[in-house]
Design a protein around this ligand. Structure first.
Ligand SMILES: [Zn+2]
Ligand SMILES: [Zn+2]
Length: 791
């Protein structure tokens, strides 16, 4: 069917953007035809009949491939948004359940809403006699839990529940573990960083317990498009030879991609019209011109404000349309969510404005336009959001840039945005603190012995020894086990090990209850809302002083709170809902001490090192700044003791004498500091993380290196692999940082290049010109090396 370009509801809007330069780049994708194939004949007849009842005549090619792959080995599926990925793991799972009445499956979802959605999808197959799905999470009533354990053969849960509720009580789940055939990990890309490092350990514990009950389940994973899906699957599960299904057989709509930059209002200081106001205009016009749109924003507050602006805009001219705009975000009750999803699916809503609550794949049907306001953190999630656009074969995928460094970087390099390979998801199951916490949990689930290297890797015993000296574990001679009196592993088939085993020193304790999968360190501060008495969450002890000091404005799930009191003894912060028009930024003194050098290489004319460091932080004061224009309101002193944590870092030393010749001291400090900021700003392009996950320190003289040195370190105790990635891809990091600064049109530094919203020195001193010099000299040295090498 030929479509007249003129009738697309965004033609006028794009024309206007082309005219005045706000539309900085256009591209197009698709359309692509569906590749349909017959469902594999080998599937159980009941499953084939269920497909028939659902009027599914053929499968997309990737779905059929996934079924075959799942039969032969662990598999990860990475096809696009709305390509029917659930079918890829549901079919092989249903097949197993139809063949073996005792077989069980475990589905892991990162959120409760997704588990609900999948439970409905499974119910739609109407295989009620063979397939009995049930959700088992924090909301499951006590009285139905025992029945689910006995009866359900697809248990849908989340990693947190698996970690704290199921694995430690495996005896109660003996039947599930003894018959566990399939483990599904949907949305696996969510498990990265700290969360991923934890989940990787939880899955190793799961495989270990399953093995103790004599099963080796098949792992099936799905992921959004990321740079390293196979690596992610292998790191998460600890398995080898994971297969990948990436060729998408679903039909692709014709999608117009537009990168939009709000106009400059002050060139010298780099100020632009806010992305929020710009997006409000765009959305109102799209709705007026007949499009159904979804709009994504990071903060809940932003979602509320933007919906209000769009409604106001429409109120005067189209009051009927104003009624059909709604915000959707985390924090609504399940009924409110259901109702909004229903209105959206029935086409009653014209625009929904949301946090990423919808990003994860809940089926809401397709829309005409997907507008992403400010960079969502990764190109991978941007692509996933854009994937929502494409109803009736065509769609508009738009990105409206904010003032942040990465946003403006992409506006100058849209090709990077569109063609650059998406980021790699990073995790490290051996991140020291995280690993030891789970080793202790595992010891409570069953004595640790030499055969556990299969699950935890060859270095587990060294960590067990540390737990031994800390008084958490004790050694037990192997004899006791060989007599077969290990009550924790009723079905242990691995007796006969001659080495000793490790068992908990305090068997009655419950270590899993003290480990949160969302934080790197077991030491945490509770955050309590004094207005309701509600426990909002916890923050790592290492971050508490800088994020929840007295007077800090603290953001939790997009909502603002002001800290009334930080109680260091009882490890808690008392906060109250906050509606003021300022935010806070701590002023800190940071020191790094190199503890252990792990790797070193010469590159770009500097000595680049990677190793363990100890970071000591003292929060000295905090600044209050106005939300509207970032102007400083005041600076308030604090009296807090220093805190320290160990982590991984890279550092590089510059030639002190030479630098000093062409840069006076103040300029040298500013140049190093600005270089550090720029490198932190672009590091998320290489490693899937947030700039808040990375710390930095620059100094004109470090006592251990004796030279001007820049440190970039993992912000989480123990490190989660970010610094290691930056070490191995340092050259790219420097080139990206140089482009970020050198190409920014501002005169002497702005939030889009060298200023950082999290700087402990409140962005003093910074030298944009100095940083360009430093980075250009380094990259020039690289050029000379290359020339020398080619001779
Ligand atoms: Zn700038
Ligand atoms: Zn700084």
């Amino acid at each position: 069917m030929a479509l007249d370009r003129r009738i697309e509801p965004w033609s006028a809007l794009l024309d206007a953007g082309r005219e005045d330069g706000r539309l900085v780049r256009e591209a197009a994708e698709g359309p692509g035809r569906a590749k349909l194939v017959e469902a594999p004949r080998e599937l159980h007849p009941d499953v084939l009949r269920a497909l028939g009842r659902l009027q599914i005549d053929g499968l997309y090619s990737h779905q059929a491939e996934a079924v075959h792959s799942a039969w032969s080995g662990p598999t990860i599926i990475t096809t696009g948004t709305a390509s029917g990925k659930s079918m890829c793991f549901n079919l092989p799972t249903l097949d197993v359940l139809c063949r073996d009445a005792r077989a069980r499956a475990l589905y892991l979802y990162p959120t409760k809403a997704l588990a609900q959605d999948q439970a409905r999808a499974l119910a739609a197959f109407a295989l009620t006699k063979r397939v009995r799905p049930a959700i088992y999470d924090g909301d499951t009533p006590r009285e139905t839990r025992a029945q689910i354990r006995r009866n359900a053969n697809v248990v849908l849960t989340n990693p947190d529940m698996l970690h704290v509720g199921i694995l430690p009580n495996h005896a109660a789940w003996a039947d599930l573990f003894a018959n566990l055939a399939v483990v599904v990990i949907d949305e696996a890309h969510v498990y990265r960083g700290v969360f991923g490092s934890h989940v990787a350990n939880v899955l190793r514990r799961l495989r270990r317990i399953a093995a103790a009950y004599g099963t080796e389940p098949r792992f099936l994973l799905t992921s959004a498009t990321i740079a390293n899906p196979v690596e992610l699957a292998e790191r998460l599960t600890g398995l080898e030879d994971v297969r990948m299904i990436e060729e998408d057989g679903s039909p692709a709509p014709h999608r117009r991609i537009s990168i939009w930059n709000p106009p400059l209002t002050d060139e010298a200081i780099g100020a632009r019209r806010s992305a929020l106001s710009e997006a409000a205009d765009l959305l109102a016009q799209l709705v007026r011109d007949g499009a159904r749109a979804i709009c994504f924003m990071k903060s809940r507050k932003g979602v509320e404000v933007l919906s209000r602006l769009v409604k106001q805009d429409l109120q005067d001219t189209h009051p009927d349309l104003a009624e059909r705009i709604a915000p959707y975000r985390a924090g609504y009750t399940p009924q409110q969510r259901r109702e909004l999803e229903g209105r959206l699916m029935r086409g009653e809503l014209r625009a929904v404005i949301t946090t990423d609550a919808l990003e994860l794949g809940i089926d809401i049907g397709e829309l005409d336009a997907a507008v992403v306001v400010t960079f969502p953190g990764t190109v991978a999630s941007l692509r996933q959001m854009w994937g929502r656009a494409g109803r009736r074969g065509r769609g508009l995928a738009m990105y409206v840039a904010g003032e942040d460094a990465l946003d403006q970087f992409f506006c100058r390099h849209p090709e990077d945005f569109l063609e650059r390979p998406v980021e790699a998801a990073i995790l490290d199951h051996e991140s020291q603190l995280i690993f030891r916490q789970h080793l202790l949990c595992a010891a409570h689930e069953g004595a640790l012995g030499s055969e556990d290297a299969e699950f935890f890797g060859p270095r587990w015993e060294a960590h067990a020894e540390v737990l031994l000296s800390a008084g958490e574990l004790r050694r037990r001679p192997a004899q006791a086990r060989r007599r077969g009196v290990d009550p924790i592993r009723p079905d242990s088939v691995r007796g006969g090990s001659t080495s000793s085993t490790y068992v908990p020193r305090r068997p009655g304790s419950y270590p899993a209850g003290e480990v949160s999968l969302r934080s790197a360190s077991p030491e945490s501060f509770a955050i309590v809302d004094v207005s309701s008495g509600e426990l909002l969450g916890a923050t790592e002890a290492a971050r508490a002083h800088s994020t929840v000091h007295e007077g800090a404005v603290y953001l939790h799930l997009g909502r603002s709170y002001e800290v009334r009191e930080l109680d260091l003894d009882r490890r808690r912060a008392l906060v109250a809902p906050f509606d003021g028009d300022w935010y806070t930024q701590p002023k800190r003194q940071t020191d790094t001490e190199i503890v252990r050098l792990l790797d070193r290489r010469e590159t770009l004319g500097v000595t680049l090192s990677f190793g363990e460091v100890s970071v000591t932080d003292t929060v000295l004061a905090f600044q209050r700044r106005r939300l509207s224009d970032h102007a400083q309101v005041d600076l308030i002193g604090l009296e807090l003791p220093p805190t320290s944590f160990s982590t991984q870092a890279l550092w590089f030393e510059l030639e002190g004498g030479e630098l000093g010749e062409w840069l006076p001291l103040e300029a040298l400090l500013g140049a190093l500091h600005a270089t550090e900021h720029a490198q932190i700003a672009v590091l998320p392009l290489i490693a899937m993380c947030d700039r808040w996950d990375i710390g930095g320190l620059s100094t004109n003289f470090h006592p251990q290196t004796g030279a001007p040195t820049i440190f970039l370190y993992d912000g989480h105790p123990g490190g989660i692999g970010i610094a290691r990635t930056a070490f191995s891809r340092f050259e790219e990091l420097c080139e990206d940082a140089r482009r970020l600064i050198a190409e920014c049109p501002c005169a002497s530094g702005c939030p889009s290049c060298v200023q950082s919203p999290k700087c402990g020195n409140l962005n003093e001193p910074l030298s944009k010109a100095g940083a360009v010099l430093v980075l250009e000299r380094m990259l020039h040295a690289a050029g000379e090396q290359a020339v020398a090498a080619s001779r």
